[in-house]
Design a protein around this ligand. Structure first.
Ligand code: KG4
Ligand code: ZN
Length: 411
């Protein structure tokens, strides 16, 4: 599988590369190549990219099916699966790229934040690899990689606003440069993808014929298309808190209570598919979308007041696994159209975890000569790691009230 951009162009490039490097022309003549490795959660990913962001080869092993069956990610299971697949995934990415380890300029690997046991496998493999091949090592912040992926596809210049929403995170930040972020707000409890996954599990959507292979978020999006969100008017979280933080656990409680009530009404046991799953899915998705939209609206107003975004073509980047949701994209389109921002979302396959985004972050750091370590430096993983300088207290102090806005989402 040769992803993105023209295959013929890629083949030509690979050929040129192979010749250029095998003739050992001066280093400057060879484009720099980075191998990216991702194992922070439940995807084992690897990719080789050149400096222009051309994907020369990639491989991805998803653990989704296993975790769907076990009803959530069990860290020891994730660790075992990473260990089982990492060697093959990296080898596949290298083989597909036609690039040998000696031709790499560096190896970039996610070291924070994420599941400790998962991060450990990627880091251990990478440190062994860079020492064996004597290559520089670039430790990567997973959320920074999500935030910067867009620059591989669109020529977006700094600064821009970014909303990252995934199974492990939700945050709003101003990207001022590579590894230079201002954190405006983050989730105080769980992440939106986690909430959608838990709601989907509580609704037993894995038993639904159309949803058995889908992640919780994908299942909710699919069922919501045939649902009536007005049947369950869930309260949008944190209406009285005038900042940009997020909270989803209260919404999950509201949904759980509703499900329990409906089970009693329909006279069915927990674990049975309710007749109103579509409506519950639609109402849950709408409330998540509205919450994300409102916090983002406030973030945009805060940035405008404080001159944090350029006056020409200010941009909101939406990324992370939950960003592939079309309803949520549309809710954010309403906000960006109202406030005069351009909304950019990487294609869905780059929104979820993969090796490409890690390699790209490596390229960005390599170009700037930031965070590039010699192979013998010992690096430790960090399960918890916030992104950039936290100015959420300033955002809260500004207490910006939102103008009323009708969220008429049609998708
Ligand atoms: O970014 P990602 O691949 O992994 C993390 O870093 O968490 O995101 C996975 C999350 C899961 O919670 C999944 O349910 C959610 O993204 N997700 C979606 C959709 N596709 C995946 N949520 C809502 N709508 C979708 N279409
Ligand atoms: Zn992620």
């Amino acid at each position: 599988m040769l992803p993105s951009k023209e295959n013929s162009l890629q083949r030509l490039l690979q050929f040129t590369l192979a010749r250029c490097c095998s003739r050992s022309v001066g280093k400057a003549a060879c484009p720099r190549l980075v191998l990216g490795i991702e194992t922070s959660c439940d995807d084992t990913g690897a990719a080789v990219l050149d400096e222009e962001g051309v994907i020369l080869g990639e491989s991805l092993h998803s653990q989704k099916e296993v975790h769907l069956r076990t009803g959530g990610i069990i860290p020891t299971v994730a660790q075992h699966l990473h260990r089982e697949h990492i060697q093959r995934v990296v080898q596949e990415a290298l083989e597909r790229s036609g690039v040998g380890p000696s031709q790499l300029s560096a190896v970039a690997t996610t070291v924070k934040p994420g599941l400790a046991l998962s991060l450990g496998i990627g880091l251990e493999f990478s440190q062994r690899f860079v020492r064996e091949h004597n290559k520089p090592f670039i430790p990567i912040h997973h959320m920074e990689a999500h935030a910067l992926t867009v620059r591989m596809i669109h020529p977006v210049t700094f600064p821009f606003l970014v909303l990252l929403v995934s199974g492990g995170h939700s945050l709003l930040a101003v990207a001022r440069g590579v590894s230079d972020f201002l954190l405006l707000g983050h989730s105080l409890d769980e992440a939106p993808g986690d909430t959608l996954d838990k709601v989907a599990r509580r609704l037993s959507l894995i038993k639904h014929p159309r949803c058995s292979t889908l992640s919780g978020g994908q299942a909710i999006e699919l069922l919501a298309k045939d649902g009536d969100r007005t049947k369950f008017p869930f309260k949008t979280p944190m209406g009285q808190t005038l900042d940009c933080s997020f909270s989803f656990s209260g919404l999950r409680n509201q949904v759980t209570m509703t499900i329990m009530k409906k089970e009693v009404e329909e006279g069915v046991e927990q674990g049975t598919l309710l007749s109103c799953v579509n409506d519950i899915a639609a109402a849950t998705q709408h409330t998540v979308a509205t919450h994300l939209a409102k916090r983002t609206h406030r973030a945009i107003l805060f940035c405008k007041t404080n001159g944090l975004l350029p006056s020409s073509s200010p941009t909101l980047v939406l990324s992370g696994g939950v960003a592939s949701n079309h309803y949520i994209r549309e809710a954010l389109t309403i906000i960006t159209e109202t406030t005069g921002l351009r909304l950019l979302c990487p294609p869905a396959r780059f929104c979820t975890d993969n090796g490409v985004m890690i390699a790209w972050n490596g390229i960005e750091l390599l170009r700037e000569g930031k965070g590039v370590l010699s192979p013998d430096v010992d690096v430790h993983y960090e399960p918890k790691a916030s992104l950039g300088v936290d100015i959420s207290a300033d955002v809260k102090a500004a207490a910006i009230r939102l103008p009323s806005l009708r969220m008429k989402i049609t998708s």
